[in-house]
Design a protein. Structure first.
Length: 269
């Protein structure tokens, strides 16, 4: 039986003070929930103080990205060691927003501009390998654009992203890897993927893990769904066989909403 995993991705939200207020309220609300793994991923600027605030709670700390070197002339980047130093256990890798793939068009953040900073299959793989090597647990994201879905390429995109991200990762290391299926068109748009379809694609992700590592590893791998997960749609999603939790953006910014998601995951556990 896989333990559900709910991760809050705060993205570029919350000052230190706002984040501290949020986790204080959240910690009270989810205290005692032991059958769900809970993590929040604040922006880099808030990691250290939020890590402190999470001490003696059942909420783990994660980061929203990292670089694949221990140190050096990599302006603007952070290493896994730095993230561990401030208390991180997890790191989100390959989020569509880091790949320059957006569900909501933004004229100030075009694909052309963002790819300069963005991830691709090769960097996600390098980061995943290095995170594991350095003792951080990666949450590796995959997902299709609306145009790819409309062209009937959803499964091919997801399979190819997962295979690329996991290259060189061993079966033993897979115990520390979480996979997240996040259809790009459903991220931050309010448009949730229907539970049956989300489950089907998470099943495609699991089948890919079967192909790469065998059934035993695949049955133990945590696969999250992400994309406009909210208190009013979580029940349908979390009830599905292949959905083991959520990678949650907007609804993780309010303590009561994220606590409701954690409790829904707990009731399935
Ligand atoms: C995300 O941050 O990965 C995400 C899915 O965002 P939202 O829940 O806001 O769609």
């Amino acid at each position: 039986m896989r333990k559900p995993f709910m991760t809050g991705n705060w993205k570029m939200n919350k000052t230190v003070g706002e984040g501290a207020e949020l986790v204080k309220a959240l910690a009270d609300m989810v205290w005692g929930v032991e059958d769900v793994t809970i993590a929040v991923c604040p922006p880099f600027t808030a990691l250290q103080p939020i890590g402190q605030a999470l001490r003696n709670t059942n909420i783990a700390l994660g980061a929203q990205g990292m670089f694949w070197k221990t140190e050096g002339a990599y302006t603007g980047e952070v290493s896994p060691g730095m993230l561990k130093d401030v208390g991180c256990t997890y790191v989100i890798l390959g989020h569509s927003e880091r790949r320059g793939r957006f569900g909501v068009p933004d004229k100030d953040v075009t694909e052309e501009l963002i790819t300069v900073f963005g991830d691709n299959d090769a960097t996600v793989n390098k980061k995943a390998l290095f995170a594991l090597d350095q003792g951080l647990k990666p949450i590796v994201c995959c997902g299709e654009l609306l145009s790819e879905r409309q062209a009937g390429n959803t499964d091919a995109v997801v399979v190819s992203q997962i295979k690329a991200a996991l290259q060189g990762i061993t079966a033993e290391q897979m115990a520390d890897v979480t996979l997240a299926y996040e259809p790009v068109w459903a991220i931050g748009t309010g448009e949730v993927c229907e539970a049956d379809e989300a489950d089907r694609v998470c099943g495609v992700v699991r089948s890919t893990v079967v192909e790469l590592y065998g059934d035993c590893v695949a049955q133990a791998t945590i696969i999250q769904y992400g994309g406009s997960v909210k208190p009013d749609n979580i029940a349908g999603l979390i009830a599905k066989e292949n959905i083991d939790g959520g990678l949650v953006g907007g609804a993780s910014l309010k303590a009561a909403d994220f606590a409701a998601l954690v409790k829904a995951a707990s009731s399935r556990a």
